[in-house]
Write a protein of this length. Structure first.
Length: 280
């Protein structure tokens, strides 16, 4: 299934019955919102940079109850117009919501600022000047493509690993979308992607090369004990390859409100990504 097909299926079901069957089918693996608005992507699907997260971090029950408020401006003439409204909202989310620069978006922007040729034009005074945070949020959300492994909301990402096979179709949707365009950078924002990719390789055949060593940055600031880890990887799909990186430490609470440290971590990860030479 492609991303467009998954979006069409999920939104058509939401429109018709108010519930997403693909989300319900994940219940042996993880508890997610089945009646809330999903988030399959945010930003520009043609972007040079792709950032992949685990899933939208919002309480499943709250996501269910917030559905009406989040879709107030959607056209509901039929399922087609409802889907068109959703696609516009996800593409333009960074512009529509730029007045609220939350820490997650700010730290993503700080992480990506050192990545040259990313296609993301961040303010020159970011992150030193807090007045730049709104513009940074808009840029990072509209000028890159953000994907979610699971597009359905949950406040935590606790998996029943015995049922991890239920994630494999979502891995394939990600790979299909990533390889639709030539990408300058592909980043996976959690160490848990390693577990998912290893399981996928065992079950479905080699697809993600994880043979490169995990690398540690050392202290991210003078006199500090905080460090960051990452691992360069190679994605293989339909005869093509794409260099990528798993940013283990992106979700660290220690970096959440410290954009200068996230900037240093982003610089370290960019250097590892740039210097990585995948096996032929």
């Amino acid at each position: 299934m492609t991303l467009d097909e998954q979006i069409s299926k999920d939104l058509s079901e939401l429109y018709a019955s108010g519930e997403i069957s693909s989300a319900k089918e994940l219940s042996p693996l993880i508890t997610v919102s089945c009646k809330g608005l999903p988030q399959h992507f945010v930003g520009d699907r043609n972007a040079k940079t792709v950032f992949v997260m685990l899933n939208p971090g919002k309480d499943a029950s709250k996501s269910d109850t917030d559905f009406s408020d989040l879709t107030t401006g959607y056209c509901r003439t039929n399922a087609k117009t409802f889907i068109e409204s959703y696609l516009r909202a996800m593409t333009e989310f960074g512009k529509d919501d730029c007045s609220h620069p939350d820490p997650f978006d700010v730290k993503q922007a700080a992480f990506l600022k050192p990545w040259k040729n990313s296609g993301i034009k961040l303010p020159t005074n970011f992150p030193q000047d807090k007045e730049s945070f709104r513009a940074a949020k808009e840029a990072v959300l509209t000028q890159k493509l953000q994907l979610e492994l699971i597009p359905y909301c949950s406040s935590t990402f606790k998996l029943n690993r015995a049922e991890i096979k239920n994630l494999f179709p979502f891995v394939e949707i990600l790979l299909d979308e990533i390889f639709k365009k030539k990408r300058t950078a592909v980043i996976f924002g959690s160490r848990l992607f390693e577990n998912v990719f290893k399981a996928y390789n065992r079950a479905k055949g080699f697809c993600i090369d994880l043979s490169a060593e995990k690398v540690n940055s050392g202290a991210l600031g003078p006199g500090m004990k905080i460090s960051g880890n990452c691992r360069p990887v190679t994605l293989c799909w339909n005869g093509k390859t794409q260099k990528a990186l798993i940013a283990h430490t992106i979700a660290s609470q220690a970096l959440c409100n410290a954009p200068h440290l996230m900037l240093a971590y982003g610089k370290f990860c960019y250097e590892q990504f740039t210097n990585f030479a995948p096996m032929p």
